[in-house]
Structures are given as C-alpha cells and as structure tokens.
Design a protein around this ligand. Structure first.
Ligand SMILES: Nc1nc2c(ncn2[C@@H]2O[C@H](COP(=O)(O)OP(=O)(O)OP(=O)(O)O)[C@@H](O)[C@H]2O)c(=O)[nH]1
Length: 255
C-alpha cells in the first residue's frame, strides 16, 4: 500500500537524525548521488502481506495501520554501513497475484521495471495467508527471468508473526523455501517489532554490497541489463542527427 501525504515518511519526525532523506524520489533517480555507493532494494509480494508496513517500520521505526492502495513509492535514506555512507533506495510495489494455473504471475509492467532496476529483493508473504506463500516461488522465477544470470541477493520475510494463532505457514516451510532460493528466511512483525525488520533489511543490504563487489558501477548481470546510453558518441550522434534534420527543414522552407 502507499502512504498518504500526511503520513509519508518524508513528513515524519526522524528523531532529529540528520541523515534521513525519507523523501519519495523519482523512479529512475540519478545513481551518482552524494554517497558513492547506492543500494537499490525492491519489496515484492502478494496483496495485504505488509510490504508497505515493513518499509515504513524499517525507515521510521513506526507502525502505521492503514495506507492507501499501493501505487509504488520509492524511498531513500542515507545509512552508514561498515563505516561507509550508503544511499539506500527502497521501492515499494503494488501486489502481484498468481494466475489461475498457479504457475504464472499477474505482474504489472511497473513491477517488472522495479525488478530490473533493483540490486536486492525482499520477497514478502504473510504467515497467516498460505496463498501469499505460494506466490513466492513463481515470483522468484519471475525475478530470475528478468535477471537470468548472476547472483540475486534475496531475503524471504514471513510477516505478521504477531498473529500466531492465525498462522498458516510453519516457520520451517519458510526456511526451506528461502534456502531453495539461495536466501535467508526472516520471520517478522511490522506491527510489533522493529528489531526483526531492521535485521532483515540490514542483512539484505550487506548481501547487495557484497554482490556489487564493493563498487557501484554497472551490475554484475548480463542478460537483460540495458544500461541507458550515456557515451559521448551517442550524444554526438544525436547532435549530428538534429543538425541534419534542421538543415533539411531549412532547405525545405527555402524551396
Ligand atoms: N497484525 C499485523 N498486521 C500487519 C502487519 N503488517 C501489516 N499489517 C496490516 O496488514 C494490512 C496490509 O498492510 P500493507 O503494509 O498495506 O500491505 P501491502 O502488502 O503493502 O498491501 P498491498 O497494497 O495490497 O500490496 C494493513 O492493515 C496493516 O495494518 C503485521 O506485522 N502484523
């Protein structure tokens, strides 16, 4: 879900910490912002599992019960990890859903772009909703299709662990699934506990930094990675193209 304007993290008191950015930023921000390392994380999962609540809990230490339907906000925060400043960007997403055959996914194009953009993945289900758990495997395969090669830093979060009596997914199922995805399982409650949520996000950040190999250059992946052209040659080509066009227009008007 999405935060309303009044409750957006950017408007919250950050406890006087000067390093909170907490302002939604454009979908494709400049990568080279102040800290020289950027960690981009996307939070994915079925409807109502607590994606927004987890992000807000992590960023603000607060739990806010209700949000507007999620359209996908991007949050940014400066953190210090191992003595180094890192620009952490977290993308909230609208929910994904299983198709009727339970193998494919309904996944908006916006989510595909976020998957493509991100360095690390928080896959969330609710321990009270087995169908949200069943979404995870196809969701991971979907991420894999977009990033066919290389290491994919991922964590699996079983949220709503405060609702033990309504549990539908045993912890060992979460652990087994996470292991099969090559990630770690965290059971958390965005409602009741900041520490568990914090530990989960922190672990993923460290995995991402490790996967990026300490640098912040182009990603390690081949396949679909389509870096936007930045080379001077492209700029030069565009300039020449414009020149040719404008001279054609001029000659057309003089005829
Ligand atoms: N009991 C409990 N409720 C939670 C927890 N986390 C979120 N919720 C509630 O679950 C509902 C959905 O939370 P959201 O954070 O909006 O979930 P979402 O996954 O972003 O939802 P979508 O917009 O449908 O994708 C809200 O009513 C939250 O208050 C939790 O840890 N425990």
């Amino acid at each position: 879900m999405r935060l309303t304007a009044d409750s957006a993290p950017g408007n919250m008191n950050s406890g006087g910490s000067g390093n909170f950015l907490l302002v939604p930023i454009p979908e494709y921000p400049l990568l080279d912002c102040v800290p020289n390392k950027t960690v981009k994380i996307v939070v994915l999962g079925a409807s109502n599992v607590g994606k927004t609540a987890l992000i807000v809990r992590f960023l603000t230490k607060r739990f806010i019960g209700d949000y507007e339907a999620n359209t996908g906000a991007l949050y940014s925060r400066k953190v210090t990890m191992d003595g180094e400043e890192v620009s952490l960007q977290i993308q909230d997403t609208p929910c994904v859903a299983l198709q009727d055959d339970a193998e494919g996914l309904y996944c908006q194009e916006q989510i595909n772009r976020s998957i493509y953009w991100a360095d690390g993945y928080v896959l969330v289900f609710s321990i009270t909703d087995h169908s949200s758990y069943r979404t995870i495997q196809p969701l991971y395969q979907h991420v894999r299709r977009i990033h066919p090669s290389g290491n994919i830093p991922v964590i699996l979060v079983g949220n709503k662990s405060d609702l033990l009596r309504a549990r539908q997914v045993p912890a060992d199922e979460g652990e087994t699934l996470a292991a099969s995805l090559g990630g770690v399982y965290f059971e958390a409650s965005a409602r009741e506990n900041h520490e568990g949520v914090h530990a989960a996000f922190l672990h993923l950040c460290q995995e991402v930094i490790r996967a990026l190999g300490g640098g912040n250059g182009e990603k390690r992946r081949g396949g679909l990675h389509l870096a936007r052209p930045k080379s001077p040659n492209m700029q030069e080509l565009k300039r020449r193209f414009r020149q040719v066009l404008s001279s054609k227009v001029k000659s057309a008007t003089t005829i």
